[in-house]
Design a binder for this molecule. Structure first.
Ligand code: SF4
Length: 368
């Protein structure tokens, strides 16, 4: 396992000097090349590229339609426990926060699943806090079995695991993994993960790779924008996806661009990712990684998500609740963060269709 070795290659690289040296011609050349290398990626992330967003958007749309057609896959998250033994300064579930804690029993998970399934969505993302004693492998296995009765695809966003544990969950029905590095900057990583298992930067960094080794069908990664230098985060995440794609040909890789939202504990992001730069990063990802899925969640505002449709996105969450038991009980007291796009699944489906995109509820079935 070796993405850290790739990061180390850029230890002495002067990002600011490179970004400042990028000219208009370099950006235009990078947009129109058939294959783009690491320097093209840097050119597309530079401030100079902001002047060429329209050209980037045209190319991004072309590549997205070439690899994905005019389709948007929909999914919904289900939170089943918000107990957590980690102290992440940006998260409402952090163990130091005095919030209502909730841990769903099997019958409550089923109730949530039934409520979510009414939307017609067939892809579910299972989330928990990181409390291994309570959220044990067996508990997760049982939850996956329940969800499989209602959904074609069950992916997980839980604590990092060993290959064998992923293999166990795959047996139960899991087919995909979402794991955010949060920040690729090792020093910042230590500063924002104060205690608990999550403070192990390297174990987390190698997690997507362990998921691919376990032969999961799909792995989705991303930084959490706001914790460290945004341009470097975007760069190292894009390079991470490319490293994984080059080494694990049987797995589909996707990328998310989460930005910090309001959470319990009042954390304020030190580095702001504005909307224009967000769009630029998304376009740069599409041009550098034409076959990678791009996932935009309800963290983003409705009107902004609508505008992103034509620019390279392939996956939307639609009608998300981030509280434990948020669908059946409609209880918001355990929300992990506040969503920005509060529209229902039906409203999002209508919007996607109105822009002539096909809504994908299901693109996969496990054959046993
Ligand atoms: S980000 Fe995850 S690990 Fe960290 S406090 Fe929140 S739920 Fe726990």
């Amino acid at each position: 396992m070796g993405y850290y070795k790739e990061i180390e290659k850029f230890k002495d690289f002067d990002f600011d000097a490179y970004f400042n040296s990028v000219t208009d011609d370099m950006v235009i050349n990078s947009i129109h090349r058939d294959k783009r290398d690491v320097y093209d990626f840097l050119n597309l992330l530079s401030n100079t590229a902001k002047k060429h967003l329209e050209r980037m958007a045209v190319k991004s749309k072309e590549l997205t339609e070439q690899w994905f057609g005019r389709t948007i896959s929909l999914y919904l998250p289900i939170y089943i426990s918000n107990y957590c033994s980690n102290e992440c300064v940006y998260c409402g579930f952090s163990k130091k926060n005095k919030i209502t804690r909730k841990h769903l029993k099997a019958e409550e998970i089923e109730k949530e699943a039934i409520e979510i399934a009414k939307t017609g969505i067939k892809h579910i993302l299972l989330l928990t806090g990181e409390a291994e004693n309570l959220v044990s492998l067996e508990y997760l296995g049982e939850a996956v079995e329940i969800l499989k009765r209602h959904f074609a695809s069950v992916t997980i966003e839980i604590y990092p695991m060993e290959v064998e544990q992923y293999e166990f969950l795959k047996e139960k029905g899991v087919d995909g993994l979402t794991i955010y590095q949060e920040t690729y900057d090792e020093k910042t990583y230590k500063e924002v993960h104060l205690s608990g298992k999550k403070s192990d930067y390297h174990f987390r960094l190698n997690t997507p790779e362990r998921g691919a080794i376990a032969d999961l069908r799909a792995v989705n990664i991303g930084p959490l924008f706001g914790l460290s230098d945004t341009h470097k985060e975007a760069f190292f995440c894009g390079m991470h996806v490319r490293y994984l794609m080059n080494n694990y040909l049987n797995t589909e890789f996707g990328i998310s661009l989460p930005r910090i939202n309001n959470a319990e504990g009042g954390f304020e992001a030190k580095y702001q990712l504005d909307d224009v730069t967000f769009v630029q990063f998304m376009l740069a990802y599409r041009l550098f990684l034409p076959k990678a899925g791009i996932n935009i969640s309800t963290r983003e505002k409705a009107v902004f998500r609508d505008h992103l449709l034509d620019l390279g996105v392939t996956k939307f969450s639609a009608g998300s609740k981030t509280a434990v038991g948020g669908y059946a009980e409609k209880d918001k007291s355990t929300e992990q963060f506040e969503t920005s796009d509060k529209r229902s699944t039906e409203e999002i489906v209508a919007m996607v269709k109105s822009k002539n995109y096909q809504v994908i509820y299901k693109d996969w079935e496990q054959i046993v």
